[in-house]
Ligand binder design. Structure first.
Ligand SMILES: *[C@@H]1O[C@H](CO)[C@@H](O)[C@H](O)[C@H]1NC(C)=O
Ligand SMILES: *[C@@H]1O[C@H](CO)[C@@H](O)[C@H](O)[C@H]1NC(C)=O
Ligand SMILES: *[C@@H]1O[C@H](CO)[C@@H](O)[C@H](O)[C@H]1NC(C)=O
Ligand SMILES: *[C@@H]1O[C@H](CO)[C@@H](O)[C@H](O)[C@H]1NC(C)=O
Ligand SMILES: *[C@@H]1O[C@H](CO)[C@@H](O)[C@H](O)[C@H]1NC(C)=O
Length: 453
């Protein structure tokens, strides 16, 4: 226990260097939509089709000049569950959203609505938007299932629907809820999508070329029973969610990528080579269990939500809902405390960081939505409830362990690490040269505090 605490203190010492320089780009008290006219908006509210208090943004993606937001139908009164704002329109910090691809696509009166309740979207490098639609509405009220979960792929040049893949019933289980998506798009013709089932832990792999999907099972997709406690801004609750965060590396020399993943209720990070997942025969055989790797634990209270790997820098960004924090790990280095850092932490603006992306302009985007308050309490419409924060990746990782540096670390810090006998090995190139004095002081302070524990 003591050793553990000391380790943690050191982590904070490293973290303390973070710049916390994300800025709020957009913020809303309540989400709003662009109706054809104010009259139409009012009649939608009167008819109960639009209940602003029931609309919460969950997933985000940036493609071209559009920022997409998913708005799952947790409750009724969500008029469109996928919408976007125009990044070029800077007239408002809380703009009304336009439904994607159209109002019609969200019409639940249709015999088979195009879109019901997507949690995540992903724009690939081939100009396509992948939408993972759970097709379950009202999970917090009256659950209605419109059909098996589906993967929709749109052409972002004209917003046409290119592909609709409804998951075969056998690939869904009792309690399935597909809420996260990663797309391996190094080859536009031979693209693969990975969908995480958090409700009945599993991974569904979809091949664009073969137009089929298969389900992969592994113990590492399951929640850790010891990591189900959450405490977020005074609200305490237990969750038991399985596979959640997914992040893909750039293609390796083999042409395949590494898929990093973690269950929501877990403090451990795992990985697997997509060569295993992409071969249907192999992926669905029980022989692959050894191919999955345990990277390590992030420490207590570090249940992680969404994650995303910036292909440019190889930095993995992940959300820590229990800490109102976004953190990073430079994947080129070992998965250890010293190779991870806080990027941003804020008890007001980052309550439940729900999604994280890096766009093709090297900008980091984070969406926070106060989800536990929405679920277990009530959002106050008079205060800012939803935010989208941004920074360039460069700014975000400046002065953190994820920054790519060249200057060596003063030997004395390495020695302190030895004295403390923690599991932390501060790497030779992982400290900022200009800040070596201040970091030394922080470590020294922790040393003092550590001895009092
Ligand atoms: C958006 O603004 C950028 C410059 O800020 C410009 O290059 C681009 O053409 C604009 N796009 C649209 C669709 O207006
Ligand atoms: C989770 O919270 C419950 C209730 O507060 C507590 O009894 C339990 O010990 C906690 N479990 C863990 C693993 O911390
Ligand atoms: C897929 O895996 C199976 C079993 O290991 C192997 O026999 C087969 O050759 C693989 N297929 C491809 C296309 O690599
Ligand atoms: C944020 O809240 C947590 C616990 O609620 C507290 O430990 C932490 O010090 C707070 N951070 C700041 C910067 O206020
Ligand atoms: C920090 O380290 C660099 C190189 O290791 C050294 O040149 C510099 O003088 C140090 N600065 C301080 C303030 O100790």
């Amino acid at each position: 226990m003591l050793r553990f605490r000391l380790g943690l203190l050191l982590l904070w010492a490293v973290s303390a260097l973070a710049n916390d320089n994300l800025r709020v780009a957009y913020e809303w008290r309540e989400m709003d939509f662009k109706y054809a006219s104010p009259d139409q908006r009012w009649s939608a509210i009167e008819r109960g089709e639009f209940k602003p208090a029931n609309v919460i943004p969950f997933g985000l993606e940036v493609a071209g000049h559009r920022l997409f937001v998913t708005l799952p139908r947790w409750r009724d009164g969500v008029p469109a569950s996928l919408a976007y704002l125009d990044l070029n329109d800077t007239s408002s910090k809380g703009p009304a959203l336009k439904p994607f691809p159209s109002w019609q696509a969200h019409n639940l009166q249709e015999a088979e609505p195009e879109l019901v309740s997507p949690f995540r979207v992903r724009a690939d490098r081939c100009g396509r938007l992948w939408v993972l639609d759970s097709r379950i509405s009202g999970v917090l009220e009256q659950t209605k299932i419109y059909g098996a979960a589906q993967l929709l792929v749109y052409d972002l040049h004209n917003d046409d629907l290119l592909r609709r893949h409804v998951l075969p019933a056998a690939q869904l289980k009792q309690g399935s809820l597909l809420a996260n998506l990663a797309v391996e798009d190094s080859d536009c013709e031979n693209t693969f999508a990975y969908a995480a089932d958090l409700g009945s832990p599993g991974l569904v792999v979809y091949s664009w070329k073969d137009q089929e999907s298969w389900r992969v099972q592994h113990h590492f997709f399951h929640p850790d029973p010891m990591a189900g406690n959450f405490s977020i801004n005074g609200i305490e609750f237990q969750w038991d969610d399985g596979l959640y965060g997914l992040a893909l590396s750039k293609p390796l020399e083999t042409g395949y990528s590494t898929l990093y993943f973690h269950p929501l209720c877990s403090t451990t990070e795992f990985s697997v080579d997509t060569a295993i997942l992409r071969n249907k025969t192999l992926a669905t055989s029980p022989m692959i269990y050894r191919e999955f790797k345990v990277l390590g634990s992030r420490g207590p209270n570090t249940q992680a939500g969404a994650e995303f790997l910036d292909p440019d820098t190889g930095v993995l960004f992940y959300a820590l809902p229990n800490l109102n924090e976004v953190a990073c790990w430079r994947t080129a280095t070992d998965f250890s405390h010293s190779s991870q850092s806080r990027i941003y932490m804020n008890n007001e603006t980052l309550v439940f960081p729900s999604d994280i992306k890096v766009d093709d302009q090297k900008r980091l985007w984070v969406l926070s939505n106060q989800l536990p308050i929405f679920i277990y309490d009530e959002l106050y419409p008079g205060s800012i409830n939803f935010r989208i924060l941004t920074a360039s990746v460069k700014e975000a990782i400046e002065n953190t362990a994820c920054e790519i540096r060249t200057s060596p670390l003063p030997d004395v810090i390495n020695k302190l690490g030895d004295i403390l006998n923690t599991n932390i090995k501060v790497r030779a190139n992982s400290a900022p040269s200009l800040r070596n004095l201040s970091s030394l002081m922080v470590v020294g302070l922790c040393l003092l505090m550590g001895f009092r524990i």
